[in-house]
Design a protein around this ligand. Structure first.
Ligand SMILES: [Zn+2]
Length: 285
């Protein structure tokens, strides 16, 4: 892992910048989802309801924030059955004091449609992505229907265009995004799925697992999600999450799954006095 900050960040996120808080922003939900959609292979209770929430995450710091993932838009929610859009995650970021111009970076965990939708709106932010992820979606298998169905073609094109313009940092493995914030290739769910580790000055560690564990149950019960690039690598990813969550004091930090409604009950509501963000914002640490 290199220990320098990419030159492009020095104007906004410099060596003095440190992450001060991590927020989960819930931008959509699908209450009619079923258990069998969330686990690889057969599930005895597969027809039971198991609602799924959709999040992006904001890593806050003095004067600038890093976004992890870019959600999907209300138009996509309409086009894809059953999804209820709750409002732009960028509006919520603004309410937290981070308007677009204070978000210099967006780390994209992987390129599925529900993680890329606001990238066009974030055109001023650098995109941090794994090489393997972009290679897959611009490679020979992207034409297969099961893969095409799960990305938004225009979002992939947005990433490619941004790359030509010098706006994408592509990694092969582990990388520093900013002081205290690192990205880690785990693969499994997609060819280049990455997770984000945030080490807060308090000593607390937050690992944003995103879709390397959609629900706590995927990681906790060692049951990979239904959509898999390589299943054995998903098990390796579960192990890696545990390692990355270790704090300097030997304790375990906080793991944030990609889509688990339990996040709403486990962490305190942020901006609780603001009804415009009700049901959409939690302070993780
Ligand atoms: Zn997802």
């Amino acid at each position: 892992m290199h220990d320098t900050i990419p030159p492009s960040y020095r104007s906004v996120i410099n060596r003095e910048w440190r992450p001060s808080a991590v927020y989960a922003i819930r931008y959509a939900t699908r209450p009619t989802a079923l258990r069998r959609e969330h686990f690889y292979g057969h599930d005895d209770c597969g027809d039971n309801l198991m609602p799924i929430d959709y999040f992006v995450w904001l890593i806050a710091g003095p004067g600038a924030a890093i976004l992890v993932d870019a959600g999907f838009t209300p138009e996509t929610a309409l086009a894809r059955h059953g999804r209820e859009h709750l409002g732009s995650p960028l509006e919520v970021a603004d309410k937290l004091g981070y308007p677009l111009e204070s978000i210099p970076s967006v780390v994209v965990s992987h390129a599925h449609y529900d993680h890329t939708g606001y990238l066009p709106a974030l055109s001023g932010a650098r995109i941090h992505l794994q090489q393997k992820e972009l290679a897959f979606w611009t490679g020979p298998h992207a034409k297969q229907q099961m893969y095409r169905d799960i990305v938004d073609e225009e979002d992939v094109v947005t990433i490619v265009r941004s790359n030509f313009a010098g706006g994408v940092d592509l990694y092969d493995g582990d990388a520093w995004i900013a002081p205290g914030v690192s990205a880690h290739l785990v693969g499994g769910h997609t060819a280049g799925t990455q997770v984000v580790r945030v080490a807060l000055p308090s000593g607390e560690v937050v690992v944003i697992a995103s879709d390397s564990s959609h629900f706590y149950e995927n990681e906790g019960a060692r049951r990979p999600f239904s959509i898999a690039h390589t299943v054995p690598t998903m098990f390796d990813a579960f192990d890696r999450l545990g390692q990355l969550a270790l704090r300097a004091d030997g304790g375990s930090g906080i793991l944030l799954p990609g889509h688990d409604p339990a996040v709403k009950d486990l962490f305190p509501i942020a901006l609780a006095d603001d009804p415009t963000v009700a049901g959409r914002l939690w302070r993780i640490a």
